[in-house]
Design a protein around this ligand. Structure first.
Ligand code: ADP
Length: 461
């Protein structure tokens, strides 16, 4: 009999993971209530997912008695539990408070590959998943990206491994999962509106490090100073990936190197994770930018230590096409190239975008909802690469104060205006890049809606 049978469970947040966990728990015989501050009308899309399942709803706000009467509380990642009075009151009473991910992992019977970091999570998750599939090893690919893990559990776990992207929000309530592999892509400023400081943000990411045990593989980016330090704080088996040749780094790192590095002279990845040296050629790898080579190495290390064959990985490198909204080529019109990088919602991702283009001058469209970011670090790169900066959205004044002196800058009122102006001011050979450095919620539902709208406007030009 399920341990949830008859249990009074309160799910806080009626979003994708909240409704997925509700479906699972109803099937287990739990008595489920979902509470959300939004009105029913605002949630009609997600509610369609649930159909006529036996679930109680509380919309337009939370009642104290719902929290105090629950035997288990599951909080959605969008909700900050630290300052949440009702969650804290229930906790004080001894009620367990957990998350969809933690609940899913406790039921997972397969190895978990957990991916986190500031940027590259979705790309690494997809790439690693494709490597397993390329080796005829069916797997789950999802988490923060796409399908919640609990849906996979609910479907009877029809694969061999769970490749799961985890955001810092999802990690906040994590303390029990033991990943077979934990991948950390990089750490840079992000979500400071929620965390207040880099220390708090890093602490949330570090939760994934803390849950690793001696058998866990911990895949770390050697080129990231914060992540270099993570190696001393884990009992897991460290696997490095780096753009530097370990021989040039020297010392113990070179002698005992375990992981993958990029050899720029030969355009190959050299991996040492199986006792012998393996070489992967990138001549046919379609994604550009150094960051995508890092992403590829991170996924490769994870897949290889989990037994995916070298040939399957090489095949995936040749066939992989990349995800939409990440440096996605949209169109060439009158000699001008348009790229949609709507998923770039922080400084590091904009840096990665700007450094990825080697030649042409860039017209950069940026702005959106600020996450309490410091934009100044982009200054030198904007000066070097950007011929025109078009700013839009809530953060445009703030970005202008930090970056306006580094390129010719225009502040515009609407997104349509931004796209039109970018094209009017362009010349043959220019790149027009939407890489906002901000989240989208000032004007759009999410980064996908923003990117799709950008593509629509560009295709109408
Ligand atoms: P995440 O899931 O962490 O948001 P994505 O793979 O969706 O990561 O990419 C988000 C943004 O960051 C995109 O603009 C992408 O081009 C950029 N990006 C991807 N990988 C990296 C990386 N390793 N370093 C810096 N930026 C990256």
């Amino acid at each position: 009999m399920s341990k949830y049978k008859g249990k009074k469970v309160l799910i806080v947040g009626c979003g994708t993971s909240g409704t997925a966990v509700a479906k699972y728990l109803v099937k287990q015989g739990a008595r489920v209530m979902i509470t959300d501050t939004k009105q029913r009308t605002e949630l009609s899309e997600v509610l369609k997912e649930i159909g006529d399942m036996k679930i109680e709803f509380e919309f337009g706000g939370h009642q104290e008695r719902s929290f105090l009467g629950a035997e288990l509380i599951i909080v959605s990642p969008g909700i900050n539990t630290v300052n949440h009075q009702l969650v804290q009151a229930a906790k004080a009473k001894g009620t367990p408070v957990t998350s969809e991910i933690e609940l899913a992992v406790s039921e997972l019977e397969q190895p978990l590959i957990a991916i986190t970091g500031t940027n590259g999570k979705s790309t690494v998750t997809m790439m690693a998943g494709e490597m397993f599939k390329s080796d005829n090893k069916p797997c789950f690919v999802g988490g923060n990206l796409g399908t919640p893990l609990i849906e996979y559990v609910n479907a009877g776990q029809p694969g061999q491994v769970a490749v799961t992207e985890l955001s810092s929000y999802q990690l906040e309530l994590t303390d029990k999962m033991v990943p077979a592999v934990a991948i950390f892509t990089n750490i840079d400023q992000d979500h400071l509106d929620r965390y207040g400081s880099m220390e708090n943000y890093i602490a949330a990411k570090k939760r994934l490090l803390r849950v690793c045990d001696r058998n866990s593989w911990v895949v770390l980016n050697y080129d990231d100073p914060v992540l270099q330090g993570f190696a001393n704080e884990t009992v897991g088996k460290v696997v490095w990936f780096t753009m530097k040749n370990p021989m040039q780094v020297g010392g113990e790192f070179a002698e005992k190197f375990f992981g993958a590095y990029y050899d720029s002279a030969k355009n190959v990845i050299v991996a040492k994770v199986t006792g012998k040296e393996e070489v992967y050629t990138l001549d046919q790898f379609k994604l550009f930018g150094e960051h995508n080579k890092q992403n590829l190495m991170a996924s490769l290390c994870a897949a290889r230590v989990m037994g995916v064959s070298q040939q399957a990985i090489q095949n995936m490198i040749i066939s992989y096409k990349g995800l939409a909204h990440r440096l996605e080529f949209v169109r060439k019109k009158d000699g001008v190239y348009f790229f949609n990088d709507s998923k770039a919602t922080n400084i590091q991702s904009v840096q990665a975008a700007l450094t990825s283009y080697k030649r042409s001058p860039i017209i950069l469209i940026a702005g959106g909802k600020d996450k309490n970011m410091e934009f100044a670090p982009l200054g030198p790169l904007v000066k070097q690469k950007v011929k025109l900066l078009i700013l839009v959205g809530e953060a445009k004044e703030k970005i202008n104060r930090s970056l306006g002196d580094f390129a010719e800058t225009y502040l515009v009122g609407t997104f349509e205006e931004a796209v039109l102006m970018s094209f009017q001011k362009s010349r043959n050979g220019d790149i027009i890049l939407l890489s906002p450095g901000c989240s989208s919620q000032d004007m759009f539902r999410d980064f996908e809606e923003r990117g799709d709208y950008f593509k629509k406007l560009v295709n109408q030009l």
